[in-house]
Design a protein around this ligand. Structure first.
Ligand SMILES: [Ca+2]
Ligand SMILES: [Ca+2]
Ligand SMILES: [Ca+2]
Ligand SMILES: [Ca+2]
Length: 412
């Protein structure tokens, strides 16, 4: 753990106390090129953004970016004096969405991100000190599985997206902005109360979530920004480490079963905050390489629960299912429960057809302890069966009563 930078902070305040007195006669300009709150502008990022690393930059005594002798971007509370009150105001901006002021003697040319030009002006940043060199090695972040295989999801259910991070040996992180995007036709909400955080985030003082729709996200997408920062405990893992689980809710659309979709992405923030992780000094943002798993929507059925059309919960594979399947073949009025056109729970021998061999296999399961083998095109989400039935259980399509041609999974 890194020691708290209280001493450094106090020294910094003393060092810049002289900046508190503004002499308008000494000013060279009427307006200045800076974004209020972009404390670490000395780093030279474009576009400038106000992020938690700006707090850390100030607390750690990062090189000031002086404009005619005044570090104007730090004066968040607009009193033309740089004090601890500016830190309070900046933290308040993240926590409560408070406003960012600036010293009227150093009027900002771009008081809000909306007014920023597309390209940086010449000689950006206009500091009276040279900008610093950023780090070169990437931080790796995974959303989902480390091998990028699909996240297995149920329809209309809670799904957790694991987030792993790996840092190069030179990287020590103390702030992050992780904007998680979700495509709403597949995932319609975040279950923020169910998010889980792991060390060192559990020791960080500030974890803030905010949700945004479209815009700023593309049409059909929304996102949640997870802001986390701390001034004393850093994050450093040279192998992939699970740092959080983000809980989301999938939509109730049975048509999704069997589909693999890339419905998680990097979201957008209305103030232009990028996806970023910053160092312990608040000076650098590390370059990031991210890997995002697609989501596979499983079929909600239990193999062998042939009579699921009856809607019994919990689903079970019992002797009555043999009776039901036999009754189907001899025309007893039983309904098949179709999932995208296939009676998956009745395919016991895994050939993606509903035939007499399935009765044999089901009997074999009870008599000789044989296996129940589902059609690989209709991979079941269960077992284990959850406590609660999914909405609309059993999610059957229009039942086919004793159809002569039983739909199959072929060609779906
Ligand atoms: Ca900044
Ligand atoms: Ca101030
Ligand atoms: Ca059953
Ligand atoms: Ca079969």
């Amino acid at each position: 753990m890194r020691s708290v930078n209280v001493a450094c902070f106090a020294a910094l305040l003393c060092a810049i106390a002289g900046s508190c007195i503004i002499n308008p006669e000494a000013k060279a300009q009427e307006t200045y090129e800076y974004l209020p709150g972009d404390v670490n502008m000395a780093y030279g990022n474009w576009p400038p953004v106000v992020m938690p690393d700006d707090v850390l930059y100030f607390l750690s005594g990062g090189p000031p970016c002086l404009l005619d002798g005044f570090w104007a971007s730090v004066d968040i509370n607009g009193d033309c004096c740089i004090t601890g009150g500016d830190v309070t105001a900046l933290v308040g901006y993240f926590v409560d969405g408070g406003g960012l002021s600036y010293c009227p003697d150093y009027e900002s040319m771009w008081p809000t991100p909306d007014e920023l030009p597309d390209d940086p002006p010449p000689d950006w940043p206009p500091c009276e000190a040279p900008p610093l060199e950023p780090p070169e090695d990437d931080v790796f972040i995974w959303f989902g599985n480390l091998d990028e295989s699909p996240i297995i999801a149920n329809i209309n259910d809670r799904v957790c997206v694991d987030v792993y991070i790996q840092t190069p040996n030179s990287a020590y992180i103390a702030d992050m902005h992780i904007p998680v995007g979700i495509e709403n036709q597949y995932i319609d909400d975040f279950l923020t109360a169910d998010h889980q955080y792991f060390y060192p985030l559990t020791d960080w003082d500030n974890i803030i979530t905010r949700q945004f729709g479209s815009p700023p996200n593309p049409t059909g997408w929304s996102s949640q920004s997870i802001l986390a920062f701390d001034s004393s405990v850093w994050l450093h893992f040279e192998t992939p480490q699970l740092i959080m689980k983000i809980a989301v809710q999938t939509v109730n659309d049975p048509e999704l079963a069997g589909n693999t979709v890339q419905c998680i992405g990097i979201g957008s923030h209305p103030d232009g905050w990028p996806f970023c992780v910053g160092d312990t000094l608040g000076i650098f943002d590390y370059p990031i390489t991210e890997y995002i798993s697609p989501v596979f929507f499983n079929y909600p059925y239990l193999p062998g629960d042939v009579n699921m059309a009856l809607g019994i919960w919990p689903p079970q594979c019992i002797g009555g299912d043999v009776t039901y399947l036999v009754g189907y073949f001899i025309g007893g009025g039983q309904e098949s429960c179709l999932l995208t056109g296939f009676w998956a729970s009745a395919d016991i021998n895994g050939d993606c057809l509903i035939i007499g061999g399935d009765v044999t296999a089901l009997v074999g399961y009870f008599v000789a302890g044989g296996n129940l083998v589902p059609c690989p095109d209709y991979e079941p989400v269960w077992p284990p069966v959850p406590e609660e039935a999914p909405a609309g259980w059993p999610n059957c399509e229009t039942p086919v009563i004793n159809s002569e041609v039983i739909p199959t999974g072929r060609g779906k």
